[in-house]
Design a protein around this ligand. Structure first.
Ligand code: SF4
Length: 406
């Protein structure tokens, strides 16, 4: 572990990440967040979430952790939504039969069926735990199904492979043809295990044992990191030689239909409005499955005709790999956030329409320095600046790398 920390982060309070039952009070009402297990979302869940969002007067939103966010909820409506979403006997449900959600982010390679079962087991091991901070992000990546782990020299940083390993997760388990590897905060620990779910849960246990008041692995000092690894030594095997795994790209978006029966689509700014949700639900009712991604796209799997599905979604979402909207995201901005210095989403949309924004580097537009929702990996944060009326709509750019800020 090459990183060094002078001291362990001290937090005066537990994290306040919203969830299904714990809501955030925003200017436009209560905000609830639902964390899908590896992005998995059923037709019923999508219908309920989109309906609740519509009743709150806002679209359903995708977050930079592959979660769903519903705004403008009233108290009873929010409770009813969580109650209705509770499903017994489905380990990948947003909420289980006891109404328990997953306490932290749990993302997985969206095109991989190999990880459905391990992700469900990790979720089962996490539900109901109060020692896991909401800020923690856990990622499961499949490098077997696309063959890259068989053919790629993992020391070669010039080639990109993988997807969720580039999202800045605290705990990343990469499944390869030679077992599962553990990365902590993007760095290979050299620890290996045959079972990806057991490895992820062991790493989470080690973190919660030694985290003190820290929310993220990157906040730990050297002593706490060493103690984590010592705990893991008892349940893992050591990696061999130069077999070091590196994180994948920050933006692994692959928009459009693919020959393997998948279709990746991009709702502009992560907003899924009622007509879009209705069209997606129709495809799910026809046998497809859906995964939300932390790069704010949706992957449909199991489509008999992905090109025809893309036609059905035309005009509702972006399906063109050359879309200028690719890699663009924004916080909610004014008027829904009282802190915002500008109508961020409106300004960004105007920039794209003018042809001056998009199609180049990843950008995240924000209405103030809190930079909510900044995605993991290298990204240009475009921040509204304070000033007089003449300055309204003026932005400055800050390049951030490898951080997730929520
Ligand atoms: S970054 Fe600032 S303006 Fe945007 S949602 Fe967060 S607090 Fe509001």
């Amino acid at each position: 572990m090459p990183r060094s920390r002078d001291r362990r982060a001290t937090r005066a309070r537990p994290d306040a990440c919203p969830g299904a039952w714990r809501r955030h009070d925003a200017a436009d009402g209560a905000l609830a967040r639902f964390r899908p297990v590896g992005g998995a979302t059923t037709a019923r869940e999508l219908r309920l979430l989109a309906g609740a969002a519509a009743s709150g007067g806002a679209p359903l939103e995708l977050t930079s952790r592959g979660s769903w966010q519903v705004r403008g909820l009233a108290g009873r409506t929010a409770d009813d939504l969580a109650d209705t979403l509770s499903v017994p006997d489905d380990p990948a449900a947003l909420l289980d039969g006891s109404g328990r959600d997953v306490p932290c982010g749990l993302i997985a390679s969206p095109r991989s069926t190999l990880l459905d079962e391990p992700a469900a087991r990790v979720a089962a091991g996490l539900r109901g735990r109060t020692d896991v901070p909401g800020r923690l992000l856990v990622a499961l990546e499949d490098r077997v199904s696309d063959g890259t782990s068989q053919t790629l020299d993992v020391r070669d940083r010039t080639r990109s492979t993988g997807d969720v390993s580039g999202q800045g997760a605290d705990v990343t388990v990469v499944v390869t043809g030679a077992g599962s590897a553990l990365l902590l905060d993007g760095t290979d620990t050299g620890r290996r295990h045959d079972d990806p779910a057991a490895l992820a849960l062991a790493a989470i246990d080690a973190f919660t044992t030694h985290r003190g008041t820290a929310w993220r692995v990157r906040e730990l000092d050297d002593e706490a990191r060493a103690a984590m690894l010592a705990d893991l030594d008892g349940v893992t095997t050591a990696g061999v030689g130069n077999d070091v795994l590196h994180p994948g790209p920050a933006d692994p978006t692959r928009l459009g239909p693919a020959a393997d029966g998948t279709l990746e689509v991009l709702p502009r700014l992560g907003e899924v409005d009622a007509p879009t949700a209705g069209a997606l639900v129709a495809l799910l009712d026809g046998g497809a499955t859906l995964r939300a991604t932390p790069w704010r796209t949706l992957v449909l799997r199991g489509l008999a005709d992905p090109a025809a599905a893309a036609d059905r979604l035309a005009g509702l979402v972006e399906t063109d790999p050359a879309s200028r909207w690719r890699g663009l995201s924004a916080c909610v901005g004014a008027p829904r956030c009282a802190k915002s210095l500008s109508d961020v989403r409106g300004d960004l949309a105007a920039g794209v329409a003018s042809g001056h924004v998009g199609g180049t580097v990843r950008q995240h537009w924000v209405g103030c320095g809190r930079a909510c929702g900044t995605p993991g990996g290298r990204v240009a944060v475009v921040e509204a600046v304070a000033g007089n009326d003449e300055m309204r709509g003026t932005y400055r750019t800050v390049v951030r790398s490898g951080k997730v800020i929520e």
